[in-house]
Design a protein around this ligand. Structure first.
Ligand code: FAD
Ligand code: SIN
Length: 539
């Protein structure tokens, strides 16, 4: 297969970019690959909303920039922050034009919410299902665009570079070039070779590396692992954001239901097992302190009191307003016997967001030519050591737009892409010789459990050198076993995902080991202070 613009991922980043390049180049072919259904993405689960400066009387770009920098704890790229905050409002207006509906107040103005770390009310939302609404609007626009093809159930396995033509490619190879991808078509069970002009990785997050996460099962860090294997630059992987308030359900592992931070924005209070509103002991911003602080405080309270969760108390809140703003949460709680008017909600932190990822520049370009990255899989410099709530949908749209501008310019200026001197006709088909059907799925499922357990136990909210060393030793073994399996077994999404998640685990642990300080989301009790030297960890 050949395509002009290849997009891997059908979340907010992939869809926004695809729509824009398709409209700008109606004579070009745009192909979107997604590994399950088109809407099964992290985007669909976004609850709280999207941050943007709308209230020009009380809010300003400066304030949003300042809040983002404070949350990022000294590691944000200030230029990126300015770009996202200033260009973000235009991008939100665009998605509104495409049909996304955000809640309004009685006067017909947008109802703005507040979340941790925000000094003003600036979060646009659609009830408590903002992401679902944005994904819906985007997919409907995509359907109307004739030169876009969405191919579902197609698992991208690897990025094709000159390595596949037999050349040695290392991290220091100057012009690594992306020619396309190999992808496993889950309908035919065959691996296909797809040649592309320009490729965008929009593969989302990696929460599934942990035992409990707010992320759906698709969030396995495939894009980051593929870019790393292709010798692209990966940055700041140690900064995994744990959302403070995932619903705690005894015995439930995997995807945990999120209780949006907007609930605390509307007055919800965290209490420990003694009923104490403990956040005032940790930070003067109490329940609305940035996420790293709240998650660490909860973790500490749980360890101190020997409990598996704390409580979110909403009993004092206006119940009519609660049901109006948070119908999905209300319904979910009722379904498990919790009446928020009378009962407190059990909550615990869960892996939520990857602040680091594939290193990109101002135009979403990766270190590999013709390969862009946007959305959660990218590290643009916006989040630094900790992401400010509701900044991620915004970032995804801003950098999808920037990728589109740069990619279209390249496609048009040179009437085609300037290729290096490679013989693309020589790219080999995927080789399956020497592999057999998997004999025992348990070899994959058990390794996955081991991985998630070790990441949660040793590489969670609080880290130590010893825990990181242990994690690395166990990861080495899992890596060795899984590579053996990969060489001898027919590829399956389960096996590829396991392999990718082990790579992501390795990148998180290695980056954490390199960071000899505690900053933002990375807290190591062996180095409890911030170092004076401010640096990004690039692998
Ligand atoms: P995604 O939306 O995750 O899309 C990834 C796509 O890549 C999917 O289509 C997937 O199939 C595809 N893909 C991945 N690997 C492969 C592969 N190997 N082959 C083919 N396709 C592949 N952020 C906010 O700003 N505000 C919020 O209120 C908010 N709430 C959140 C609530 C929850 C529960 C979660 C989980 C996240 C929330 N976030 C929020 C974060 C935000 O939703 C995500 O960061 C963002 O949606 C990521 O978008 P994306 O386009 O990068 O990736
Ligand atoms: C939430 O609604 O609490 C999540 C917001 C985010 O992750 O930005």
């Amino acid at each position: 297969m050949q395509t002009d613009f290849l997009v891997i991922g059908s979340g907010i980043a992939g869809l926004t970019y695809a729509l824009k390049v398709a409209r700008a180049c109606p004579d070009k072919k745009v192909t979107i690959f997604t590994k399950t259904t088109s809407d099964e993405t992290n985007t669909k689960y976004a609850q709280g909303g999207i941050a943007g400066v709308w209230d020009n009387e009380n809010d300003s770009f400066e304030k949003h920039i300042e809040d983002t920098l404070i949350a990022g704890d000294g590691l944000c790229n200030e230029r990126t922050v300015e770009i996202v905050v200033k260009e973000g409002v235009e991008r939100i207006k665009e998605i509104i034009e495409w049909g996304a509906r955000f809640d309004k107040d009685q006067d017909g103005d947008y109802a703005l919410g507040k979340e941790g770390g925000h000094s003003e009310f600036r979060i646009l939302h659609h009830k408590d299902v903002t992401g679902r609404e944005m994904e819906r609007a985007l997919l409907e626009e995509i359907k109307r665009q004739p030169n876009i093809e969405v191919i579902t159930h197609c698992f991208v396995v690897d990025i094709i570079t000159q390595h596949h033509l037999g050349y040695l490619v290392t991290k220091s190879t100057p012009d690594i070039e992306c020619f396309g991808v190999y992808a496993l078509n889950l309908r035919t069970k065959k691996i296909e070779k797809i040649e592309s002009g320009i490729t965008l990785l929009a593969t989302g997050g990696n929460g599934q590396v942990y035992r409990t996460t707010t992320n759906p099962v698709i969030a396995t860090g495939d894009g980051v692992a593929m870019a790393y294997r292709a010798k692209g630059r990966i940055e700041n992987m140690e900064f995994i954001q744990f959302h403070p308030t995932a619903l705690y359900e005894a015995g439930v592992n995997g995807q945990a239901f999120l209780i949006t931070e907007a609930v605390r924005g509307d007055g919800g209070i965290l209490r420990n097992s003694d009923g104490e509103a403990f956040m005032e002991r940790y930070d003067e911003r109490k329940d609305l302190a940035p996420r790293d602080i709240v998650a660490r405080a909860i973790d500490n309270e749980m360890k101190r009191t020997g409990t598996e969760h704390v409580w979110l108390d909403c009993r004092h809140m206006d119940q009519e307003k609660f049901i109006h703003h948070f119908p999905n949460i209300h319904e979910k709680c009722l379904s498990i016997g919790i009446d928020v008017a009378k009962d407190m909600i059990p909550v615990a932190p869960a892996a939520h967001y990857s602040c680091g990822g594939i290193k990109t520049d101002e135009w979403a370009r990766t270190s590999i030519r013709h390969l862009y990255a946007a959305g959660e899989c990218a590290s643009t410099g916006l989040h630094g050591a900790n992401r400010l709530a509701s900044n991620s949908l915004l970032e995804a749209m801003v950098f999808a737009h920037r990728a589109y501008e740069d990619a279209v310019k390249k496609m048009k200026d040179t009437s085609g892409i300037e290729w290096g001197n490679w013989n693309r006709d020589a790219i080999p088909d995927w080789r399956t010789e020497g592999t057999t059907a998997p004999k025992e799925m348990i070899l994959i499922t058990q390794s996955l459990k081991e991985l998630q357990l070790l990441m949660s136990d040793y590489v969670g909210i609080v880290r130590t050198d010893t825990r990181l060393e242990r994690a690395m030793r166990r990861l080495d073994l899992l890596h060795e076993e899984t590579e053996d399996l990969y060489k001898t077994t027919e590829v399956s999404p389960q096996l590829c995902q396991l392999r990718n998640m082990i790579t992501v685990g390795y990148l998180i642990v290695k980056s954490a080991q390199f960071r000899h300080e505690s900053r933002g989301l990375h807290y190591n009790t062996d180095y409890p202070y911030k170092s004076e030297q401010v640096q990004n960890i690039v692998l």
